[in-house]
Ligand binder design. Sequence first.
Ligand code: GDP
Ligand code: GDP
Length: 455
Amino acid sequence: AAEEGFDLEDVEGALDEAGHGPLPVLAVVGRPNVGKSTLVNRIIGRREAVVEDKPGVTRDRVTYEAEWAGRRFKVVDTGGWEQDVLGIDASVAAQAEYAIEAADAVVFVVDAKVGATDTDEAVVRLLRKAGKPVVLCANKVDGPSGEADAAYLWSLGLGEPYPVSALHGRGTGDMLDAVLQALPEAPAQSFGTAVGGPRRVALIGRPNVGKSSLLNKVAGEERVVVNEIAGTTRDPVDELIELGGVTWKFVDTAGIRKRVHLQQGADYYASLRTAAAVEKAEVAVILIDASESISVQDQRIVTMAVEAGRAMVIAYNKWDTLDEERRYYLEREIETEFGQVAWAPRVNVSARTGRHMEKLVPAIETALAGWETRVPTGRLNAFLGELVSAHPHPIRGGKQPRILFGTQAGTKPPRFVLFASGFIEAGYRRFVERRLREEFGFEGTPIHISVRVRE
Ligand code: GDP
Ligand code: GDP
């Protein structure tokens, strides 16, 4: 495809860049103050994480994207939360469990200066049961004299302790090499259609929107519990539910049914749980309580699903309670708050009365179809050609940047790479996205567009 001076290498490079599908997930766990957040900062190479956060403060974001030696993965951070509700052992264990559930591999951080504590031993038992690959990080080894401290951690029985200074970066390269060895190329729950098996649905939403009511309503007596997390005594996490003649896997339903009565930190748990469910799912059904105003928390959950690149359906629940006035205001709120995700199929349901339950499955199927759509390169370029000549980019500094060529780099969600002769403004990118959606559908899926400029 050597159109307008682009050679194949350009295209392949761009595909590498934009073409990654779902990423494997790494969880960073350990006691408070061992340096988890510092390490996560180091791994993601940004100063964005949470070392300065106040204890107990809710964080929106618990997963970050990272890259090492050309491989990308996601990092789930469990730092930055103060354990004073359940007592330290229970808190650390609960937190680690949530994270381990979502992860393909785990970095277990121990403070090498302190050595292994009883709490550390408790986490080790959890890790053993979960059976996920573990990399042992002996942190706070700021210089050669600390290496002996690290060696003591062989006693944990988790294999080689990697001496690391998260603060200064010492040893993190070797540790990350080990992480790459431990991480699978693709997430365990591979998206390949060849794999078959039930499609994975995450039913998410803030507390009290009606998740467990909806689950009970749709599942009835049909629910079949699958996949106990190896050996633990916790609730099972995923359930097989037959809906509309098809079996679906509802992921992480334990988090829906189990009421965790926590004062502090409950929001944090909820967002960790939501992130974990979203990571495991192909499609997120986001439940909104239509009887109340759309909240910031609702928006965060939507953002989480969009950023994770999942197919999405929005279900407005408690429809039985709405009067005409509320319905009017709800429509206005949806326009202003959810304008960015107007592409998501919408269903108005009542978990109480069963209203429109039968519309849920078609909406999920529509979203998954959009998520998997692939536009052949020929069709895409015919479309782009027409678009560009009918609606050229505005002239900037005497020049007119032009989209020359494009290709779809991947699906789930659809990802496009456009090659351009100059900088393409955000407004024009949004315009292109809108027109792509009008032309090819993509209902129920975010789409990613990256632009490569050839000077
Ligand atoms: P978390 O609670 O496990 O997330 O721990 P933090 O990342 O918040 O770190 C706790 C404290 O340990 C902070 O004061 C960090 O600056 C410090 N710390 C983290 N990593 C290192 C390290 O490698 N060496 C030293 N000396 N201090 C560290
Ligand atoms: P969750 O925290 O999201 O799992 O929410 P629940 O399923 O526990 O529901 C919270 C409350 O909302 C409960 O009192 C439910 O009975 C109520 N509820 C759930 N769905 C509906 C609905 O469709 N209509 C009405 N009126 N109430 C509902």
